[in-house]
Design a binder for this molecule. Structure first.
Ligand code: CUA
Length: 343
């Protein structure tokens, strides 16, 4: 009975293989290393393909030998029962299966070591004129500071495209990992040391980033964006960030500004004013997402301010549902959405 059941299970094998093959196509194309859009990710992709080709080659040869042995030397009825001739040791074979793997490892090792050094190139002595960004990871958001430009922002990382941008990565609290799969990476952020790397987005565009180190209950929600722009657009952005002011344009926004000054500015800076425990909001109105994960709608901004813990469990922002009424929340939203530096 048992045997029979297992024999029937065999029939599901093709079905399982098809399902497995189909599921390998699932995923987010903005969060894949298989569609490289950066200099670093392309180097890493090429290494992956190289090791894949070697593995396929080894698999084909082994499967071929296996099949030949299986067919040629299988037992054919009772007459085949005697023990075959026993051999011990074969110098040619031994040399072959020692030398071939060594050669394969060398083919893999040389480009890997070269790429490892290339990916670290210039991080200690950043070339003249290159953009440097200090990245600080927090539970559960990202702070980006441009020391040479005097600009600070959060969640949306602006970089010039077509050139290497150098990063100095650290953490404010626990271990996180900075990762933009389509551009290259990833690199841990530590509290005691600064890690360095570069990224080069070949084309202007928006790229998705994620935290890649388990850092608490909202780890999977610690998303950010990389916005790569032509050099002159990036420079214009940095200029407007420096000049950005928090001037409210409507009465409602002015009311929101007042609420902001009373309730929010202790943690959130706008321009040069304000605290640094929460994300800098100078260009909040330009951001594609609220808190890195929610669609940028008035409803979501209000919901987030009222109960941030509902969306990112364990994050440090207090809930304002008991402190601000609906009218006040609307005013705050009007003010925040007016914080823009891009047209
Ligand atoms: Cu930060 Cu995971």
């Amino acid at each position: 009975m048992q045997m029979k059941r297992w024999r029937n299970a065999w029939r599901f094998l093709p079905l399982l293989s098809v399902i497995a093959l189909t599921l390998t196509g699932c995923g987010n194309e903005q969060l894949t290393t298989l569609l490289p859009k950066g200099e670093g990710s392309e180097m890493q992709f090429n290494l992956m393909m190289l090791s894949l080709y070697i593995m396929i080659g080894v698999f084909v040869v082994v499967a071929l030998i296996y099949t030949i042995v299986l067919v040629r030397f299988r037992r054919r009825g009772e007459s085949d029962n005697e023990i075959p001739e026993q051999t011990e040791g074969n110098v040619v074979l031994e040399i072959l299966w020692t030398v071939v793997p060594i050669i394969l490892l060398l083919i893999l090792a040389v480009p890997t070591v070269m790429a490892t050094f290339a990916l670290d190139e210039g991080t200690e002595n950043v070339p003249e004129g290159a953009t440097v960004v200090k990245v600080t990871a927090h539970q559960y958001w990202w702070e980006f500071e441009y020391p040479d430009l005097g600009v600070k922002t959060a969640q949306d990382l602006y970089i010039p495209s077509g050139e290497r941008v150098y990063f100095e990565l650290a953490s404010k609290d626990v271990l996180h990992s900075f990762w933009v799969p389509t551009l290259g990476g990833k690199m841990d952020t530590n509290t005691a040391t600064v890690n360095k790397m570069w990224l080069n987005a070949q084309e202007p565009g928006t790229y998705y980033g994620k935290c890649a180190e388990l850092c608490g209950p909202a780890h999977a929600l610690m998303d950010f964006k990389v916005i790569a722009q032509e050099k002159e657009d990036f420079e214009a952005w940095a200029e407007s960030m420096k000049e950005a002011s928090s001037q409210a344009s409507t009465d409602q926004a002015a009311q929101g500004e007042e609420i902001f000054a009373n309730s929010c500015i202790g943690c959130h800076a706008v321009g040069a004013d304000g605290g640094n425990t929460g994300p800098n909001l100078t260009n909040f109105g330009d951001r594609e997402k609220v808190a890195g994960i929610l669609d940028h709608t008035d409803k979501n901004i209000k919901a987030w301010i009222a109960k941030p813990g509902e969306f990112k469990p364990g994050n440090n922002m207090p809930a304002f549902e008991d402190q601000l009424n609906d009218e006040e929340l609307n005013a705050l939203v009007a003010y925040l959405n007016g914080l823009k530096v891009e047209e």
